[in-house]
Write a protein that binds this ligand. Structure first.
Ligand code: ATR
Length: 285
């Protein structure tokens, strides 16, 4: 739709930013709701991040999303951040307040939870969860699982020091994070109710995730946060043996909802039409 001189503005800061799917996502919602607004890519190099964030109020932007490599560094520039974002150590959404202050939050946590709720409504958080990987995405996943009431997380990662750092930063009295070596990933599945791949393994142009699912109960839910391809080898194998599977596209779509609502004043939904449109966008790359 045409924008006017009164259009509401938001965007995504990244370096590089050309790969981002967020302009397509927010563009879909803007068109769907007939909103006079624009969501634009903002290519901001790391050394200019603070300057760019501080310019948002001056430019009349309602806020922005952040992608690689800005998610951790932006925290220091915020006037306020939510408690989850502080624990995770990364923000992906900035909202400019009416007084020009910057509020940061981490909606990847919300995105993961909503995707899981939608894809596996019967999942029982009282069972153990296995998280593969200990990078930025794993931090959001562990925070989301902890918030959902999971009490035992088996954290499996190639580099032990990364897993130890995650455990230190996200430890809480209500949650037990047990670190397992990468070589123990198959046995870590024994008796688990949930498995989440947060590593880059299985992503297009990356090696597949080599994981023997034999020890995993059939009732367990298997989530891959990778969404290109939509059905990873892990999800295909889990589906074949009868596990419920949840792909990563929903996390990408749901994480955009809180920012859109704050900037454009309408709560957007994740619909089959949106999924279809985003899949077409991903296929065109
Ligand atoms: P993101 O922010 O997307 O989570 P990241 O911080 O680079 O990305 O984390 C990538 C994760 O994939 C890490 O857990 C990484 O393991 P290390 O901590 O050992 O680096 C994991 N990963 C990447 N390639 C891997 C491989 N070939 N085998 C096992 N794990 C791998």
């Amino acid at each position: 739709m045409q924008i006017t001189g009164a259009a509401r503005l938001a965007g995504i800061m990244g370096w590089p930013v050309a790969h981002s799917r967020s302009p397509a996502l927010h563009g879909f919602w803007l068109a769907e709701h007939g909103i006079d607004g624009a969501y634009v890519p903002l290519a901001v190099p790391p050394e200019r991040l603070e300057q760019a964030l501080r310019a948002l109020p001056a430019l009349g932007f309602r806020g922005c999303n952040l992608t690689i490599p800005h998610k951790p560094a932006a925290i220091a520039v915020m006037d306020r951040i939510d408690s989850f974002a502080r624990r995770v150590g990364a923000i992906n959404t900035v909202v400019v307040g009416s007084d020009g202050t910057l509020e940061g939050s981490n909606t990847d946590i919300f995105g993961f939870r909503e995707n899981l709720r939608e894809g596996a409504p019967d999942w029982d958080p009282s069972g153990a969860a296995v998280v593969l990987g200990a990078g930025g995405a794993a931090r959001s996943v562990v925070a989301a699982l902890s918030d959902a009431g999971v009490r035992e997380i088996r954290l499996v990662n190639r580099t032990m020091s990364h897993a130890e750092a995650l455990s230190r930063d996200l430890a809480q009295s209500t949650i037990d994070i047990v670190i397992r070596p990468w070589s123990a990933r198959a046995t870590a599945l024994r008796g688990a109710a949930l498995v989440v791949n947060t590593t880059s393994l299985g992503m297009e142009h990356e090696p597949p995730l080599d994981l023997d699912l034999a020890a995993l109960p059939i009732e367990a839910v298997v989530v891959d946060i990778v969404y290109v391809p939509l059905e990873t080898a892990l999800l295909a194998a889990a589906k074949r043996r009868g596990n419920r599977v949840v792909d990563g596209l929903g996390m990408l779509l749901h994480q955009g909802r809180p920012g859109f609502a704050a900037w454009f004043g309408t709560s957007p939904k994740v619909t089959p039409a949106l999924r279809t449109a985003m899949l077409a966008t991903l296929a065109r790359r």
